[in-house]
Design a protein around this ligand. Structure first.
Ligand code: GDP
Ligand code: ZN
Length: 464
């Protein structure tokens, strides 16, 4: 999984673009010798550095002129972020100072092949040098990009290894079972007895139970990261924009009493209990001759098809009339639809929720203008999203992790089928266990293609 370029010395501005009190230029020296490292340190800092000590020094150019003064830190390999020799230069955080300092480092490191780092390359090194596993490396990007406090806290938990530990425990269990089965494969005539004596099926069942639990937790974690896309749909003037404002608690969309004014989609990310909700206000659905409006309506149907949840808004005074029946029949199957009966104040009703037989909310009666029932809608949305209250200590997870966990679960289910068949196709049983393990390993990166690594690390910002 190492590329030739993974051995180059690299440098980058590690702090955000723009002005700040402090800016950091970071260097990681790849496979370069300590002599090369010291030569760069001497050239830029004009003094030797004691490992892991803060040195206040001048950063000098080739002529000995001082570019800036700041703190230099030297972390010899392997005790650094990347596991390689690392130099961190903290200077004043202006874009020009940072550029000058970076250029100076590149100049001093030129004889050793020092180059500018690609996005995510420092973290990639940390991963390649076993400082972190892949799930933890992803957690760093997620922590940096977290849009809510809950997402940030759970990313920190993943970075700390909460998720990786669960995955490792699963992998260990699968490995133990595989060893048992592989050993049995060598003694075909004893297959059945041996597996039964060792309770192989019982072990498989318990792994499957643990995996389901991890998957449930990971689903919560992915929800925190990815959020939920909610589309507001309904006839013109039923109160879609007003509802978006009520949910967001601010004046975001344009609210007007003229039918057909929300032609373009207005997307807004709001949060409910830390879950990001990407709410899309849409053009009112109705028959129209207006070409521009028709394009808006087409786009609305497109958004509806891609939504996690659709809120079908109706006016309490008309309710589910023929026009709305018509809209309802056109909703795609598979997308949860929540009917929202708005303007209950005008119909003299009180706020309420009704559930179907499975306990899923199907209808909320509220007033977007007065705010009655908005809390019921929020709670219903969380429930539809599958958010479990008390999920405060979840770890952050990604869609990639969910698909790996789901694939692993499928392989274990197949393994179970093979075990249940009286023919006892032990080879197939063993093979499914192996495939399940590969899937689990791909989460932490113990098994993963270069493509996968490329995709993950290229989404980082430079200097991370
Ligand atoms: P949209 O076209 O579906 O986006 O509807 P708007 O949000 O623009 O609202 C249309 C009109 O209905 C505006 O005058 C709103 O003030 C009004 N309206 C929206 N929600 C309510 C409500 O709950 N009660 C009352 N009385 N009026 C509402
Ligand atoms: Zn509107």
């Amino acid at each position: 999984k190492m590329l030739a370029t993974d051995q180059d010395p690299i440098a980058a501005i590690a702090t955000a673009a723009g002005r700040g009190g402090i800016g950091v230029v970071r260097l990681s020296f790849g496979r370069q010798s300590p002599t090369a490292v010291h030569s760069v340190i001497q050239a830029v800092c004009a003094q030797p550095l004691t490992p892991r000590h803060a040195h206040y020094c001048g950063f000098v150019d080739a002529q000995g002129g001082v570019l800036d003064r700041g703190i230099a830190l030297y972390f010899p390999s392997p005790h650094s972020y990347t596991g390689e020799a690392v130099l961190e230069l903290q200077a004043h955080g202006g874009p020009v100072v940072m550029q000058l300092l970076l250029q100076r480092c590149l100049e001093a490191g030129h004889p050793f092949g020092l180059r500018v780092a690609e996005p995510g390359e420092f973290t990639r090194r940390a991963f390649l040098n076993d400082k972190l596993d892949l799930a933890q490396a992803e957690a760093i990007a997620d922590l940096i990009e977290a849009s809510t406090e809950a997402a940030a806290r759970s990313a920190a938990r993943s970075l700390d290894g909460a998720f990786s530990r669960l995955v490792h425990a699963l992998v260990d269990d699968v490995i133990n079972l595989r060893m048992l089965v592989e050993a049995t494969l060598d003694f075909p005539e004893e297959e059945i007895d041996f597996l039964e004596a060792a309770n192989a099926r019982g072990k498989l069942a318990s792994i499957r139970t643990s995996l389901e639990r991890v998957l449930a937790d990971a689903r919560q974690g992915a929800l925190l990261r990815e959020g939920l896309s909610v589309v507001l749909a309904g006839e013109p003037n039923v109160g879609k924009s007003s509802l978006l404002n009520a949910l967001a608690g601010a004046e975001l969309a344009i609210v007007t009493p003229i039918a057909g004014t929300t032609r373009d989609k207005v997307a807004q990310t709001i949060q409910i209990e830390g879950i990001p909700l990407h709410v899309i206000d849409t053009a009112g659905l109705r028959d129209t001759e207006d070409e521009v409006e028709r394009i808006g309506i087409e786009r609305t149907w497109h958004e509806i098809g891609r939504a996690d949840v659709v809120l079908h808004l109706l006016d309490a005074r008309t309710g589910m009339d023929a026009g709305n029946e018509d809209i309802a029949t056109r909703f795609p199957a598979g997308v949860p639809i929540l009917r929202v009966i708005n303007k209950i104040d005008l119909a003299g009703e009180t706020a309420s929720v009704s559930d179907d037989e499975q306990g899923n909310a199907v209808e909320v009666r509220l007033s977007a203008r007065g705010g009655e029932g908005i809390d019921l809608l929020r709670a219903s949305l969380l429930k539809i999203a599958g958010w479990q209250p008390g999920g405060e200590d979840v770890f952050l997870a990604r869609e990639r992790h969910l698909s790996a966990l789901r694939a692993a679960a499928e392989h274990l289910a197949l393994a179970n089928e093979h075990a249940e068949q009286r023919s006892q196709s032990l080879d197939l049983f063993a093979e499914e266990l192996r495939l399940a393990q590969d899937q689990l390993n791909s989460i932490t990166g113990e098994f993963g293609s270069d493509d996968l690594l490329g995709v993950i690390f290229s989404r980082f910002c430079i200097g991370k």
